[in-house]
Design a protein around this ligand. Structure first.
Ligand code: F6R
Length: 364
């Protein structure tokens, strides 16, 4: 049942190329975006001015990445909220807002409550869901399914990755129907998106190197992830993967925030992982990495092939293939999923069922 892998989490990490491909093929046909199965017309989409993304956990991290992508590609204002905060916050919603709920299970109590609250206010909803026929899928006005297949491991990997794909496609579609993207730019992005599954597969071929590094850090007490822009979104998911399956305390920081407190936590040998896929921000993140290194941090970097030569400064580097700058989360998260997995295995933990966690959180 685990397809030759020791754990479901590793099996599902390896299922990502196929899950991405199935999702892309559903919504990109003959080089064009096709959301006919979602039932959201260009006219409907064009009337929205604001998008509110509401979700929990990793799905919330997809929302953070999506905010960067959508705000960069469109003129839409994009907010992201934890469902558990949104529902009790008296959110201000108007008819020109589309609320996007992201959920693998489609049964998360807070996300479902946020959906119902939105509907009571007469505001339209679009759900990005993996489980067909789940409560959120049944109740939302529009449903965009992720085609990840069943996800068994408690820590999400392939569902997260397919949710990202849906948000990239939704962002490009919004830009297209609102006349905010050049045909040629869109064409190039659509050519890039179909290459992502192969690029993910190529990162997975190098997993033993990451295992070797993860083994060295299996007894770490703290790990910090730093990045700017989309790289910060990647850090938040990387950090959650680390702490939930390996029980190593980890935190993600926007690299510019380090100086405002966190840097006092850096001690000799503290592992700091810098994510460097956003070329216009990398120099700044690199200088933050230099700062923690001079205070004793041990550095790991995740960067794009051919972008920087980091070996002189960083103790361990993972390069991922280049892609469109809006899509880098899909590639840079793979080594971080593997880090969480391998640290957990090295510590002899129950990778697929970490303590205290449930796959679907149906109580608030
Ligand atoms: C983390 C994880 C959780 C879920 C969260 C939302 O690996 O799996 O953080 O992302 O509980 O669950 P869904 O997507 O089912 O609403």
């Amino acid at each position: 049942e685990k397809g030759g892998f020791e754990h479901f989490m590793m099996k599902e990490i390896h299922e990502q190329p196929k899950a991405l491909k199935d999702t892309i093929n559903t919504y990109v046909k003959d080089g064009k975006i096709d959301l006919s199965s979602v039932g959201i017309s260009p006219e409907e989409f064009a009337q929205y001015h604001r998008i509110c993304i509401v979700a929990c956990g990793s799905a919330y991290h997809v929302g953070i990445a999506a905010k960067y992508v959508m705000e960069d590609l469109t003129g839409l204002m994009v907010d992201v909220d934890f469902a558990s905060e949104f529902r009790y916050r008296n959110p201000k919603l108007s008819q020109d807002t589309l609320v996007v709920i992201i959920s693998q299970s489609g049964e998360t109590a807070d996300s479902l409550a946020a959906l119902r609250l939105t509907k009571e206010m007469g505001v339209k909803t679009l759900a990005i869901v993996n489980v067909v026929g789940s409560s959120i899928a049944r109740e939302a006005d529009h449903v965009m399914y992720t085609l990840a297949g069943p996800e068994i491991a408690v820590a999400t990997t392939k569902a997260y990755s397919t949710q990202l794909i849906c948000m990239y496609i939704l962002s490009m579609y919004a830009a297209q129907v609102r006349g905010e993207i050049e045909e040629s730019t869109l064409g190039n992005m659509l050519k890039e998106i179909v290459l992502l599954p192969e690029k993910v597969a190529s990162i997975l071929t190098d997993k033993e190197r990451i295992q070797w590094f993860a083994n060295k850090f299996a007894s770490a007490h703290d790990v910090f992830f730093i990045g700017r822009g989309l790289d910060y979104a990647i850090c938040q998911e990387g950090s959650l993967k680390m702490k939930e399956v390996s029980y190593v305390h980890s935190e993600a920081y926007a690299a510019g925030e380090l100086k405002h407190g966190t840097i006092s936590l850096i001690e000799d040998g503290t592992l700091v992982i810098g994510v460097l896929t956003q070329s216009h921000l990398c120099e700044k993140t690199l200088s933050n990495m230099q700062e923690v290194k001079s205070r004793g941090a041990y550095l790991m970097g995740v960067a794009e092939n051919g972008s920087y030569y980091l070996e002189d400064m960083v103790d361990f580097v993972v390069y991922v293939p280049k892609t469109d700058p809006h899509f880098t989360t899909t590639l840079a998260i793979i080594p971080l999923q593997l880090m969480g997995y391998y640290v957990s295995v090295a510590r002899g933990l129950d990778v697929d069922k970490p303590r205290n966690l449930a796959k679907s959180v149906t109580v608030e």
